[in-house]
Design a protein around this ligand. Structure first.
Ligand code: NAP
Ligand code: F7E
Length: 328
């Protein structure tokens, strides 16, 4: 039975990855931070098979302890401060968790495993935000990185640290450059879930309108359940490497609104959408579209859920959730 340790187990991807690994017969350990993390109940409900170990990415000794408990064959480093807008307001913290946290977990693995460090396979959750002011369209593994936020800069540090540990110590350390991926488990601070929740509430008469920022940005949005499968596939390769994981399609926030509102029978959404500079970013990433051909060729990975299916799945989920909580 293989053993895996997941940091960020309480997050969207941590939950999907836990389900995937448990279904493959893994013994799964999830790192939980904080003395009374409110998301523990969620993890216990959705993936009761996961064993919880306490630790924080900013605390190297806690990571060493967690490794000694989990004794993992595979480590998936999904823990991060992941909300880009928040990273400007908390840039040092973002650098410590999202950036230096990667160094901490890599170093903890090296100290824990010693000469066998190559036997503990490592996945780093890198991000398309590293492409920022994009230098190629579509973006691929070789595209020059030009991050536009403290989050993006921290992810670049983690990406290169992962490559450095691979090259310096022969570690099986892979970096997955994942484009935006969403689901009904997405945090409500991200635009897709903010829209799906608001559309459901507007449809049910619980909310009048929604206030957003930049409607013209374009993202390559996929389904989180598909993307955790790509993470797992990376760690099953003989050699560690870096991979872009994306759908190869891009859509604007306006198109997201089109699909979400149309799904509940509202064609003209303009009167229901307000804009506020509060939701604009000091530096925007205008266009993301990934080229997933390396992941397709080497990992045999392909996304299964398309953009419309993703958005309607999220709206349907939020309609059901709002109905259940309000009794409507
Ligand atoms: P998420 O839902 O925001 O989850 C982030 C996780 O990080 C949570 O479990 C959180 O735990 C944990 N965390 C925060 N600070 C920590 C710390 N100091 N020590 C240990 N854990 C900590 O993010 P996600 O969408 O699942 O994304 C997973 C990873 O992929 C993240 O690294 C993200 O940056 C990256 N990524 C995401 C996307 C995407 O579109 N979703 C795309 C590319 C890359 P708490 O419950 O304790 O807060
Ligand atoms: O923004 C625009 C916003 O916050 C998407 C993270 O998982 O994916 C995610 O980062 C776009 C941006 O995601 C609102 O300006 C407009 O252009 O949903 P988001 P993100 O910043 O792309 C990457 C790959 C990650 O790695 C990150 O961890 O939508 N937008 N109006 C808005 N965004 C938000 N959140 N709220 C608005 O009201």
């Amino acid at each position: 039975m293989k053993r895996a340790l997941i940091t960020g187990v309480t997050g969207q991807d941590g939950l999907y990855l836990s389900e995937l690994l448990l279904s493959k017969g893994y013994e799964v350990y999830g790192l939980i931070r904080g003395q009374n993390n409110p998301k523990i109940d969620l993890v216990r409900r959705i993936v009761p098979g996961v064993k919880l170990v306490t630790g924080d990415l900013t605390d190297l000794s806690s990571l060493l302890r967690a490794l000694n408990v989990a004794r993992p064959d595979e480590v998936y480093n999904l823990g991060a401060i992941s909300f880009v807008a928040y990273s400007w307001e908390n840039a040092h913290l973002t650098a410590d968790v999202t950036g230096k946290g990667v160094l901490n977990i890599l170093e903890a693995i090296r100290l824990y495993a010693g000469e066998d460090a190559d036997k503990v396979r490592f996945y780093q959750a890198s991000s398309s935000e590293m492409f920022g002011k994009v230098q190629d369209v579509p973006q691929r593994e070789s595209t020059l990185l030009w991050p536009r936020s403290p989050y993006g800069v921290a992810k670049v540090f983690g990406h290169y640290m992962t490559i450095n540990y691979r090259e310096s110590y022969g570690m099986h350390a892979s970096s997955g450059i994942l484009f935006n991926h969403e689901s009904p488990r997405r945090g409500p601070e991200f635009v897709t879930r903010k829209v799906s929740q608001a559309v459901a509430r507007i449809k049910l008469g619980l909310q009048d309108d929604i206030t957003l920022g930049n409607l013209d940005a374009k993202r390559d949005w996929g389904f989180a359940g598909d993307y955790v499968d790509a993470m797992w596939r990376m760690l099953q390769q003989d050699e560690a490497d870096d991979y872009v994981v994306a759908t190869g399609e891009t859509h604007s926030i306006r198109e997201l609104l089109d699909v979400a509102f149309r799904h509940v029978g509202i064609d003209d959404w303009e009167p229901l959408v307000k804009q506020d500079p509060r939701f604009m970013r000091p530096a925007e990433v205008d266009l993301l579209i990934g080229d997933p051909s390396k992941a397709a060729d080497k990992l045999g990975w392909k996304p299964k859920v398309g953009f419309e299916q993703l958005v309607t799945m999220m709206v349907d989920h939020d309609l059901a959730e709002q109905r259940a909580t309000t009794g409507l």
